[in-house]
Design a protein around this ligand. Structure first.
Ligand code: ADP
Ligand code: MG
Length: 589
């Protein structure tokens, strides 16, 4: 083939591929435009995962009628004029590529009205060609409707996943922006159903609640820090060490409120949690770095997802210190090496004092005396081992209840010292083991699912994400005691709940379990994630007073589990202070 310049329509399609990969990338570009336009309300609508329709409506500045058509020319932008400005970009967009790229691979309608004009202007394009335009009544702001996305690019369509999977990605994206912009009211409507809605009242904690729900929100700590000399600020949320995940995808970073992917930032956060999380577990974090615009290069990737920092180490240190400070200030258990951080030192080494720390985590602590062998059990004759507790894997000695602290922790004494047991985490472990064992029996048909029937079946409306998980793991859920049937699109009929969940709001319980399991979706096995979610939802909470016999029963059940030292999410169920440690702390040795 001789060399020839590509026809412009084909060149536009190729260029569009860099910017618009899937419905979520369309939403990202349009959202960024709405944010740059100073919107205070942004609504995103999707039909069929965005393939049939994506619509974004904002109440931002609007585009003057005379400029709307121009906005669809490649490299047409109102955000950049000189090369100097490229070195300090303050807007999310600047490349002038999004609108022409999206228009090249869809049927697009834009309606826009500025706040000075009395009427709006409407322009319709098909695969980049103008169909019609004219005046159109509309409120101030802009709405862009994208239909039949990639209808003319079958190769691209083939790489897309199911409508619900694409909707999930959009949900994740809108959720991230909701967190970064708490003063903006976001609405996401998927197939006519509200899938996310934030109050937009400027309070980060409420945005967090809208996105992650009460359980996760309650486990997050506020992070604030700065490097005044460099003009850096760090703000956001990071999970308390008790909340963690199996992969890094729950760490979300913004640089000047631009959502970015950057390994360095993830490393900095992981470093802050260094000695606080079980191995191969990662925190949940949503953090924004505010940097002088000239300290960050945002023009190194077509979809602007990657950025480069001029002073990498300094950014790293600021982030790591801010997160660590939040952990130190707000975590109830004294941290190893606390003094080094409290004094503001930037040391990243694991403090050598770790093994000298006052409390060590049971089973995890360096220099831990190994637990007593089984033969030592029962040397306090007052609590016989529970039936079935004996076995070689048993590594928790029999414990005697001393009391309860803050209605949250059980204080117990064992042959090797003092134990502080988290009642919720311990109960989670007990329930998780019971659920998994019973589900295996259900599978081998030697038992029926442990369920409690409802007097009246309940219709439950699921979000696209919840419904996708439901489709993928309905059988598992039935094994644990949920009796559910499909009841039309996105709706399910719930007839029974796992018996451990008896007495709770049935519809909410199902949704909570799906949400929790989705958060843990990357755990080794889906069935574990579901069982862990049911256990978490059903376990006794912190703040509940327990009688002595309840505490004793819980400890006995915990002793009988396969893995009494951690809850199903991997966080510790107990802290152990050995006799040796006590003697050392009191200088008896
Ligand atoms: P960029 O955002 O890189 O400038 P785009 O192709 O995304 O390029 O948009 C082109 C121009 O159209 C923008 O610079 C802006 O002036 C205008 N524009 C696009 N979307 C909106 C919107 N929602 N509200 C106001 N102006 C918009
Ligand atoms: Mg843009």
């Amino acid at each position: 083939m001789p060399i020839q310049v590509l026809p412009s329509a084909l060149a536009a399609q190729i260029a569009a591929g860099e910017v618009v990969e899937r419905p979520a990338s369309v939403v990202k570009e349009l959202l960024e435009n709405s944010l740059d336009a100073g919107a205070s309300q942004i609504t995103v609508e999707l039909r069929s995962g965005g393939l049939e329709l994506v619509r974004i409506t904002d109440d931002g500045s609007g585009i003057p009628a005379s400029e709307v058509e121009l906005a669809f020319q490649r490299h047409a932008t109102s955000k950049l004029q000189t090369t100097e400005q490229l070195g300090a970009i303050a807007t999310l967009g600047f490349r002038g590529e999004a609108l022409p790229s999206i228009a090249a691979v869809s049927r697009l309608t834009i309606i826009s009205r500025t706040h000075h004009d009395n009427t709006g202007y409407r322009l319709e394009l098909d695969r980049g060609h103008k169909l019609r335009d004219g005046a159109q009544g509309s409120p101030p702001g802009t709405s862009v409707t994208v239909e039949d996305l990639f209808g003319n690019v079958p190769a691209r369509r083939k790489f897309l996943r199911s409508a619900s999977a694409e909707a999930s990605r959009v949900h994740e994206l809108v959720a991230h922006y909701t967190l970064a912009y708490p003063a903006i009211r976001f609405q996401l409507v998927v197939d006519e159903r509200s899938s996310l809605s934030s109050p937009g009242n400027g309070r980060p904690a409420e945005a967090l609640l809208a996105v992650y729900g009460a359980e996760v929100a309650a486990g997050m700590l506020e992070v604030r820090g700065e490097d005044t000399e460099a003009g850096y600020q760090v703000a956001g949320f990071a999970s308390a060490p008790s909340l963690h995940r199996a992969n890094r995808s729950y760490m979300t970073f913004f640089v000047n409120r631009r959502w970015v992917q950057n390994r360095l930032l993830a490393f900095a956060v992981e470093e802050a949690y260094h000695d606080l999380l079980p191995e191969r577990r990662y925190p949940v974090a949503v953090l924004n770095l505010t940097l002088p615009y000239d300290q960050v290069d945002v023009n190194c990737h077509p979809s602007k997802r990657e950025v480069r920092f001029h002073q990498e180490r300094r950014v790293y240190a600021a982030l790591q210190r801010a997160v660590r400070a939040a952990l130190v200030a707000q975590t109830p258990v004294p941290l190893a090496g606390r003094s080094a951080f409290a004094a503001g030192r930037q040391s990243q080494a694991v403090p050598a004092a770790a093994s000298d720390s006052f409390w060590s985590r049971a089973g995890n602590g360096p220099g831990e005396v190994p637990p007593a062998p089984l033969s030592q059990r029962g040397d306090r004759g007052d609590f016989p081992p529970p039936p079935g507790a004996a076995g070689p894997r048993q590594d928790l000695p029999a414990l005697k209840v001393v009391g309860q602290v803050k209605q949250t922790y059980i204080v117990a004494e064992g042959p090797q010292g003092l134990y502080l047991v988290d009642q919720h985490a311990a109960h989670e472990r007990v329930l998780f083991d019971q659920l998994r064992r019973r589900a295996d029996q259900v599978l081998s048909q030697s038992a029926s699912p442990p369920m409690e029937g409802l007097l009246e079946p309940v219709v439950v409306e699921l979000t696209p994400q919840q419904a996708e998980l439901m489709r993928a793991s309905g059988d598992r859920l039935r094994g644990y005691g949920f009796q559910v049937e499909s009841f039309g699109e996105g709706s399910y009929l719930l007839r029974a709940l796992p018996s451990v969940m008896g007495g709770k709001d049935p519809a909410q319980s199902l949704k909570d379990v799906l949400d929790l399991a989705a958060l843990d979706g990357a755990m080794t096995a889906q069935e574990d994630a579901l069982a862990a979610s049911i256990a978490c939802h059903s376990a006794i909470r912190a703040g509940k007073t327990l009688s002595e016999s309840e505490m004793r029963a819980l400890l006995e059940q915990l002793e009988a589990t396969d893995n009494p030292h951690t809850c199903p999410h991997g966080r510790p169920t107990m802290i152990h202070l050995t006799e040796y440690q006590m003697e050392r702390e009191f200088r008896r040795r």
